[in-house]
Design a protein around this ligand. Structure first.
Ligand code: ARG
Length: 460
């Protein structure tokens, strides 16, 4: 083991303590951000005259060589070091000699790790936004294709009123659009640079913090050094955003599982996105959707971990904060996998418009429209509601749909029915007459699709 401290110690660290304390096994994924941050720090130290031009040049070249070698696979990040910060500094010193030991001037691992995490999360926000945008494109394609695919809309998982598959998928478009909005907000708020805050109380060197902030693409340097080294609010915010993404993916997964069931048969998952059973030869299971639903709990758990870790931390940095990483990385990896797989699953899933339509016809989804028809004939809505209730009862007894009853049978219950009722309560008419903004009728749905298309263009 190799560590950055030891001067004031007489004894060796216990092996178990060393292993318990070390973070290299998980913080090694921060290597790029760590080197990027160090380069900005050193560039600024050189500009401020804290480091000579020669040392600055050789540190920068050394850091570049380390980055290249890690990316090329010729330099392995080993657990011989406590964390990624020690590793980079040690390799640097090995490569360029004493100048490497000047890298940490005016810096602490506390502001260093605060910076690394912010840089990492910022990159992740950008990447997850791209994945979500791709998912939205797939959802939008489904909306365009199924603008007249009628299906039952549900409340309480009971058939309620007819909608279209485009309309149903449009709801998910809105959820994932909000997810992108939340990530964008989170990025804005986190974009303040903690570098130069030192261990907690700033530093005596004449650092130019606004300059490093600018070099690293931050809007501003943070305003309070104690807050800077111990703030993980943005991580909690980010994990809340990821939790909501997972919640949306989980809800969609649940629907896919239902639609793909033998009883519904609204969709059929592609072979590439289904799995079989080791014993039941007929099975084709929606494991990917189920796992996505399950992994939602895992990301909620990661969020809960962070909230709990942070709740009792006195200012400023305490080692508890190191526990932020595994939870954050786990949530990030989970979301990456789930968004990608959802995209593939949706893009390859077969839709059965006939099955959806048959289900909508069977389930009295036009009952409200029958009542609305009577209202156009002057019947008060409350009375119409009761007439249609009696009609539905009759249909249930007979095992038929409302439109299967003859005009005479309908008029026995309410004399206001006329021949035009059949046209008025057809599936198509029921959807078509829903023309309020956001409703499934053709015109508002086309507006919704056009707007979604415009929204997606803002990313290109
Ligand atoms: N591995 C630490 C973390 O992730 C880095 C900061 C260590 N600071 C310290 N004072 N020991 O939080």
């Amino acid at each position: 083991m190799a560590q950055l401290w030891g001067g004031r110690f007489k004894g060796e660290t216990d092996d178990l303590v060393y292993a318990f304390n070390a973070s290299i096994n998980f913080d090694k994924r921060l290597y790029r951000q760590d080197i990027e941050g160090s380069k900005a720090h050193v560039t600024m130290l050189g500009r401020q005259g804290v480091l000579s031009a020669e040392d600055t040049g050789s540190i920068l070249a050394g850091l570049d060589s380390i980055l290249n070698d890690i990316e090329a696979g010729s330099l392995e990040i080993t657990s011989e070091y406590e964390d990624i910060h020690s590793f980079v500094e040690a390799v640097l010193t090995e490569r360029i000699g004493d100048a490497g030991k000047r890298l940490h001037t005016g810096r602490s691992r506390n502001d260093q790790v605060a910076l690394d995490m912010k840089l990492y999360i910022r990159d992740e926000i950008d990447q997850i936004t791209v994945l979500l945008r791709e998912l939205l494109e797939t959802v939008l394609n489904m909306m365009k294709e199924h603008i007249d695919t009628y299906m039952p809309g549900f409340t309480h998982l009971q058939k309620a009123q007819p909608v279209t598959f485009a309309h149903h998928m449009g709801a998910y478009f809105e959820m994932f659009r909000r997810d992108i909005g939340r990530l964008t907000d989170c990025r804005k708020r986190l974009n303040e640079c903690p570098l130069g805050s030192g261990a907690l109380a700033g530093t005596t060197y004449p650092l130019d913090r606004e300059y490093t902030a600018e070099l690293l693409g931050f809007d501003i340097a943070t305003r309070n050094s104690m807050d800077s080294v111990s703030d993980r609010d943005y991580l909690i915010e980010f994990l809340s955003d990821l939790s909501l993404i997972m919640m949306h993916l989980s809800r969609l997964s649940e629907e896919i599982i239902i639609w793909n069931s033998n009883e519904y048969g609204f969709v059929e998952l592609d072979d590439a996105y289904s799995t079989g059973s080791s014993i039941m030869p007929q099975k084709k299971n929606p494991d990917i959707a189920e796992l996505t639903r399950g992994k939602c709990g895992r990301v909620y758990g990661d969020l809960m971990t962070l909230l709990t870790v942070m709740k009792g931390i006195p200012l400023a940095y305490d080692k508890d904060i190191q526990e932020d990483k595994e939870a954050a990385f786990d949530a990030i990896d989970t979301v990456h996998g789930c968004v990608r797989l959802m995209n593939g699953m949706l893009a390859t899933m077969k839709i059965d418009p006939g099955a959806m339509e048959r289900s909508a016809v069977k389930g009295f989804t036009n009952a409200t429209d029958v009542a609305d028809y009577l209202v156009t004939r002057g019947v008060p809505f409350r009375d119409a509601h009761s007439y249609v209730g009696q009609i539905v009862l009759k249909c249930i007894e007979r095992g038929c749909a409302i439109e299967d009853l003859s005009l005479d049978e309908l008029r026995e219950i309410c004399p206001e029915f006329r021949e035009d009722v059949y046209e008025a309560i057809s599936l198509q008419a029921c959807v078509e007459r829903r023309r309020t903004k956001g409703a499934p009728g053709l015109d508002p749905m086309q507006d919704e699709i056009d707007e979604a298309e415009e929204y997606l263009k803002t990313f290109k």
